[in-house]
Write a protein that binds this ligand. Structure first.
Ligand code: FES
Ligand code: FE
Length: 438
């Protein structure tokens, strides 16, 4: 068995990694390492705003899903008054898991061990042998489920374990401008098309977060067959057209690729386009009507992709949006959640067609998804080998580029679309958290 050399002490490694990011280097070790994973759990996922669910997953009183922040399993539930809560999925009596399903509807949760019962909002209301056993000493209101702070933006529900953290609005900052492209598809916004695809992947979450922060570089290579078969309508080259935009200091980034020949808002139904022109600001319309593909990451681990997909070469195709969460489940391992978001106001036929395109391309067995995970699992495997402990990767594309002064949106926008600037911004924020300086 190979003996792994002692890695650099973690605090030193974090400091030198942050320095390296400023110079355009990032270490392979970050992508599969038990110590780095443990530090991310404690310093990043326990401090940042982490995505939980879309409101349309739990539209009615009692609807719930179970999700994670770091290694904490949470029940995300809508109570009888319509308010959303995220409570630790752990009984306060002896710690049993309260809810063993991934989704459902319940007015109450009753523990299968000794029978303590909670309202779906988390208050303890039922204790067997309350009078005889506790003799008045147990105060029910002191023993509700442990609560997590929840805030939302345009239907996206986020949780944060840090009571001192900034508001979600401040955390997202100017990236809300870009999130609207995915979320304001018409006046009624979006909804999920069914529950997410959910699977375990032997892949580090950061590889996916980086890729979706605007890796237009891999597209013509990793997904080449899609170009050859015409599944990217009017695509042309993705290497130079569009912008890579990031929100400095926040970690969020998006790649906006466009094709000169592609019709404005191509792939959306006409009535929805009219709606979008009023639900979005003029600056947003100016950016988005040219955008054919938009692929972005909300730091740390929530990503979106919108693109038209056609089964008929030359046709504009149908727009679909995928939203995906990369939940770190161990070093080099994650749980993937992938949703299809559809415009709430569109007719069912369009929603179903968008879902079909999503499934073919980015669903669990989607062909683009397979292309990506084939590469991402290999990157993850490489990163745990002993020889890469001191190996860095280059992140130097676009180091000298100046922002586009004509770009109508907020943040820093660079042309060409393919460069490493969004990734340096992403890893620099990651470094801030790991150093305890976010
Ligand atoms: Fe839940 Fe005892 S652990 S009632
Ligand atoms: Fe890809």
């Amino acid at each position: 068995m190979t003996t792994r050399p002692d890695p650099t002490p973690l605090a030193d490694w974090v400091a030198s990694t942050r320095e390296g990011i400023r110079d355009g280097r990032f270490p392979a070790r970050a992508f599969n390492d038990a110590d780095v994973h443990a530090l991310e759990q404690e310093r990043l996922f326990s401090k940042a705003w982490c995505f939980l669910a879309h409101e349309s997953e739990i539209p009615s009183p009692g609807d719930y899903v179970t999700r994670y922040i770091a290694n904490n399993n949470l029940i995300v539930v809508r109570d009888e008054n319509g308010e959303v809560h995220a409570n630790l999925n752990m009984c306060r009596h002896r710690g049993n898991v309260m809810c063993k399903a991934e989704l459902g509807n319940a007015s109450h949760f009753r523990c299968s061990y000794h029978g303590w019962t909670y309202k779906n909002s988390g208050e303890l209301i039922g204790v067997p042998y309350m009078k005889e056993g506790y003799e008045g000493r147990l105060k029910r209101k002191e023993w509700g489920l442990v609560r997590v702070r929840v805030e939302s933006y345009e239907g996206l529900l986020f949780g944060c374990l840090d009571p001192e953290a900034e508001s979600l609005a401040d955390y997202l900052g100017d990236f809300r401008f870009y999130l609207d492209l995915y979320l304001k598809q018409g006046a009624e916004g979006v909804e999920v098309h069914g529950p997410p695809d959910h699977w375990v992947a032997e892949t580090d979450w950061k590889i996916c977060a980086e890729n979706f922060a605007g890796d237009g570089y891999h597209t013509p290579v990793a997904h080449q067959w899609g170009f050859n078969l015409g599944y990217f309508p009017s695509s042309g080259s993705t290497h130079s057209q569009g912008w890579a935009v990031h929100v400095p200091g926040k970690g969020h980034g998006i790649g906006l690729g466009h094709s000169p020949n592609f019709p404005p808002f191509g792939g959306f139904p006409d009535e929805l386009v009219e709606d979008m022109r009023t639900s979005l600001s003029p600056e947003q319309v100016a950016v988005f009507e040219k955008t054919r593909t938009a692929v972005g990451t909300v730091f740390p681990n929530l990503s979106f992709l919108m693109q038209p997909f056609s089964l008929v070469p030359g046709e504009p195709g149908v727009r679909f949006v995928t939203m995906r969460l990369y939940h770190p489940a161990g070093p080099g391992r994650m749980e993937m959640y992938s949703w299809c978001l559809v415009p709430r106001g569109a007719d069912q036929a369009y929603k179903d067609e968008a879902y079909r395109c999503y499934t073919l391309a980015f669903g669990q067995a989607g062909t683009f998804e397979q292309d990506d995970f084939e590469n991402w699992t290999k990157v993850t495997r490489s990163a745990e080998s002993t020889m890469v402990r001191d190996v860095d990767f280059p992140y130097i594309m676009g180091m000298e580029s100046e922002p586009d002064p004509e770009f109508p949106g907020p943040g820093t926008a660079l042309v060409p679309y393919v460069n490493d600037t969004n990734f340096r911004n992403l890893w620099s924020r990651w470094g801030d958290y790991l150093a305890g300086e976010a």
